[in-house]
Design a protein around this ligand. Sequence first.
Ligand SMILES: Nc1ncnc2c1ncn2[C@@H]1O[C@H](COP(=O)(O)OP(=O)(O)OP(=O)(O)O)[C@@H](O)[C@H]1O
Length: 868
Amino acid sequence: MKAKALSYFGVHVPLQQPASPMRGITPDLWRTQLEVSRVRNPLLLSWEDVGCAYSTPVGIKRVLQDVSGAANPFELLALMGPSGAGKSTLLDILAARKTVGRLTGRVCVNGAPRTSDFVRRISYVPQEDNFMPAMTVQETCALHAALKLPRDHNSHEQAAARIADVLCSMGMLHARDTLVGGELPGGLMLRGLSGGERRRLSVAVGILASPSIVFLDEPTSGLDACSALAVVEHLRDRARESGIAVVASIHQPRAAVWACFDACAVLSLGFSMYHGPCSDLIGWFQGHLGYGPWDSAVHGTASDWVMDLVNVGFTKGELPGFTIATRSDLEQAARKFSVHYKCLCSAEKQHPGEAPQKHQQQQPQKQQQQQQQQSESAVATRSRRRGSRASAAASEAGLGMPPPAPPPPSALAHADSWPLRPQQGTAVLRLSTGGGSGRVLSTGGFSAAAWPTLGGAASGGGASAGFSSAAAFSVGGAASLGGGALAARASSGGGGRSARGSPRKQQQQQQADGPKVALARSHSRPLITVETLDCGSSEVSGVELCEVAAAVVDRDKQRPGWWIQFKTLFARELLVTMRNPADVAGRMLLFTWVGVFCGLIFWGLGSGLDGVRNRVNLLFIVVQLFMLLPYVYMSLYAADRRHFTADIAARLYTPGPYYVAKTLGVLPFALANVLLCSLIVYGMAGLRLSATSAVVNSVAGVLTYLIAAQVQALAAIIMRNEDGAFVVTIAWTAGNIFLSNFIIRFSDMAHGWLRALRFLSAANYAFSAVLRAEFGSGFLSCDGGLSPDLIRGLQTLLPATPALRSSAVLQMAARAGSGCVVDLEAVLDYFDVRLSMVSYIAVLALYLWVMHVITYAALLLLAKRERR
Ligand SMILES: Nc1ncnc2c1ncn2[C@@H]1O[C@H](COP(=O)(O)OP(=O)(O)OP(=O)(O)O)[C@@H](O)[C@H]1O
């Protein structure tokens, strides 16, 4: 056995021969210590009987039916099928992003149900990206790096190196300073990346944080043939190196692209037609189901042929050979595969890792015949992993599958010293061989007590050593070695139970069980000791620790916290706004124009009653303007919702920092615009020359605007589309206007409930505040007075309301002549303004706060729904 050193993704793995064999292990075992400076986290994803149905006007539409499968670490899985087959739906379900539809079935990670941190450990590259058009490629990557990379790996230099690495691998380094481009919220088109470049940027961002599983919805669509191949090859290399599982839906891969995939799942009309190694695809459809024959010269790649085969949406042309022509043919083929796949799964559960031998023993004659058939079959291919066990199981089930390949020699792995708390989950070991084939046998449990660590930390399975009830881990599952690597999964669970009892019993148990992984906590440095037995003809050259679930927990703790998220999102907010100067300037011009126009209309407010009337009208109009002006931002709010839902589904950040960053990010621009408009009107119209009045007027304007903007933000969150958001906002604005005391005196209102509703009118409070600021004290000259005729005319025009006819304003106006003054308190009385300026401002501030609380609650609900 050779001792080598493996250096791999930051993990330096010195391998050495054991000084002395460990207790309970045969002397030819091979042992190494891995110094774990960084761990990777491969995940084994499996799904069983997954279904999805929608309620439609014409009834229930089932878009996925009992689909089962698995995605292994180190492998590329192609999700294929005709358009509408359900690929995106399945991807969404597997990536825990499906928020609509009736979902059934189970999705497991390392054999256990998915936990809440699953989404943080994966990456999803959607068909349609959701990048900010005004950010450059580099900025987009930096944003994701800041929000995704663990804190300890997030120094500026490290993040920059990582970004350069992924951009380089996607052939995007040349475009790092190019704007992403696309349609801005206002409808403006920003020139930027081409469609293919955007796609590559999506993939680059997807793999930036080295996720354990990458889901890609049609990563090659829109790419030229060369780029498509480069992208897929890179994904394959990443999978091989880092142990990530890649699941990609793909249409018509060219031969070179198809060759990069290890396994494929074929869907059609929501049925699972096949799931297994790519090399067995033809064998299943042609050798087992009898379709075809496949002729590469006529049909193209195997994937092309199978796509033609399972597509029943069209009348098929002159395709040579026997094909699936109708839906019932398709359903029959799907049923056969379902039976076959279930057989394989149950065989694997009953005899993990041993199914081929067992079945061979049980049915030697049948297998001999099948072996003969296999050798005669031109399409028989090497069975690997599930495929081989599937074959055995299916043979047993009488489905006539080709027999499995002979069992490879076994390898044995032991991890003895563990730096972390194993009760938190799973471990994955990866064994490298010099060639040939072999596999890890599954094992029963063991006890930590049976495996004292090098550091001597473990003892008796007791909680003192950090093991408690989960002291037992077992290697589960099996994998054959194809060209040098295998993955074996270790998980807590069933094996643990068998290991309980006295230390002696546990030791006996583990000796009987064979290969094992033993875990213990190291007392000082992160250290893992791995031991393997000679695996026959396949020389074990390396054992790598690929996953420590507890390390994942630690890594999660290192994820960017609240403050970093806030800083990053706040910077994004400012950047995106500043990068849209036409929009910013356009909106500012609008506010200026409104202010100037209003100022011109009310230029010279006049004195006496005209002055009163003009002032009251102006104040009311300005309040209404500040309620209406936020409508120019509705497209931004709708775009924000899209970005937020996409980001939150990807667990890019949490709602809290986003909300604060968003609120503070828009504040400077809102303040600038409102103050500009308000002060222009104030100055041009010549409202009361007092600092207090001017300040109150401005503050009331700002608060009114912010409240109205908040209502828009809330509407954009609770409604799914922009039209719906407009409906909600317009309803609120109309209510505010009509419930204002400018429109009607509350005491004159016919309905008591309407009077109660006026408390909801922010316009009412704002109008009262500015009225109080303008007419708060003093008298207004009415030297000129009004002619008695005009007064009489006015009185006849006014409704027969005693309050109006006998109002102090009119009475005073009637006393025209020298020394005539209007008591401004009378104006306030008339409009029911009874509180102080400060009170009205406080009420407005409270109103804004309540709106924020409601909006944030709505945002949390939206986030919860997106993270379902
Ligand atoms: N919300 C929904 N309500 C009703 N039907 C839906 C809904 N969403 C998707 N579907 C249907 O589900 C089916 C599968 O859609 P899906 O997008 O998963 O297909 P696909 O295989 O990814 O197709 P393509 O390759 O064209 O992207 C389609 O027939 C689609 O119309």
